[in-house]
Write a protein that binds this ligand. Structure first.
Ligand SMILES: [Zn+2]
Length: 317
């Protein structure tokens, strides 16, 4: 049995533990949603494609806008009902490219990407889940304005949780793309990879989309083998995380490696190699001699790696 490592208090994962009650049963009540939208206590998260609009507030930022603030933003493209926080309605407000650009010039606003907001902690952790919900849903609306069956323009209904085709009557629902993200483990070693787009010195879990007709376990084994040449046996689910870039669900797993030789798929990865547990601990704690790191706590990879560092083979218990 591998020794347990004490890494200190566990940091919070990003985009999860939403405080919103989604209130799906109220989505078809247009009068109710309209009244909620006009309520001065309502919370509105404003998204322009990959960018999020924040209000400057002293030295910090607010993510939620009032209904009145929204009226002063200019033309908005889409409004979706995210849910209720106590009795207040929460909405996602989608902006087009020109409107987003125009807001970048306003001194009272800060327009930036969600990754920066999450990693730098620009807003409270409780704002990340509704922003993720809004961003993923609004991205779907922006990219699915026509019927996939007949090509006619579709209409947003049910608070933004469905698009209906007036021509062929098809109903379309927002998509979520499942992605497996896994740490392959061989005793006191784990397999980490680098994509060329990663920050210098950062190593992470391997990951890939689940394909149609595939279980999570099969996807873990296939993706690990394709990207690194390593075969895996046992797979254990760890935790999941919505990842709104644009609309993935990350399914975190630990996998038991049953082969060691690495053959890197250079179309997917810049490099992949085995790391010893002690070295990975220094990377996670930002104490590595070469400055190498693992992903920050906002990402599930951090927690998948951390769990293995803490309990070793206990992740398969
Ligand atoms: Zn249609």
């Amino acid at each position: 049995m591998s020794p347990r490592l004490n890494l200190g208090p566990k940091p919070r994962l990003g985009y999860v533990e939403s405080k919103l009650e989604r209130a799906a049963e109220r989505r078809d009540d247009a009068a109710y949603l309209s009244a909620l939208q006009g309520d001065p206590n309502g919370l509105n998260y404003v998204i322009g494609g990959e960018l999020v609009v924040l209000k400057k507030n002293g030295g910090g930022f607010n993510a939620a806008f009032t209904a009145n603030d929204v009226r002063n933003l200019g033309t908005t493209n889409e409004t979706v009902f995210l849910g209720l926080l106590a009795d207040a309605g929460c909405f996602g407000i989608g902006l087009g490219e020109a409107a987003t650009q125009a807001l970048q010039a306003r001194p009272d606003l800060h327009v930036t990407d969600l990754r920066s907001i999450a990693v730098q902690g620009l807003v409270g952790p409780d704002d990340l889940a509704p922003i993720a919900e809004a961003k993923a849903l609004l991205h779907w609306h922006a990219r699915h304005r026509c019927c996939a069956n007949c090509g006619a323009a579709t209409q947003s209904v049910h608070g933004g949780w469905r698009r209906d085709c007036p021509h062929c009557r098809a109903q379309h629902f927002p998509r979520t793309d499942p992605v497996v993200i896994m740490l392959a483990i061989d005793g006191e070693n784990c397999l980490l990879g680098r994509q060329s787009r990663f920050p210098a010195g950062m190593w992470s879990c391997l990951a890939g989309f689940v394909e149609p007709g595939e279980s999570i376990e099969e996807a873990v084994r296939r993706e690990t083998r394709e990207e690194s040449g390593v075969s895996c046996g046992r797979v254990r689910y760890f935790a999941s995380q919505p990842w709104p870039f644009p609309s993935s669900l990350m399914i975190g797993c630990h996998a038991e490696a049953i082969s060691r030789e690495i053959v890197v798929d250079r179309s997917e990865l810049e490099e992949a190699r085995w790391f010893e547990r002690e070295e990975v601990a220094t990377m996670l704690l930002r104490r590595h001699v070469e400055g190498w790191t693992t992903p920050p706590p906002v990402a599930i990879a951090h927690h998948i790696i951390r769990a293995w560092l803490e309990v070793g083979a206990g992740v398969f218990a």
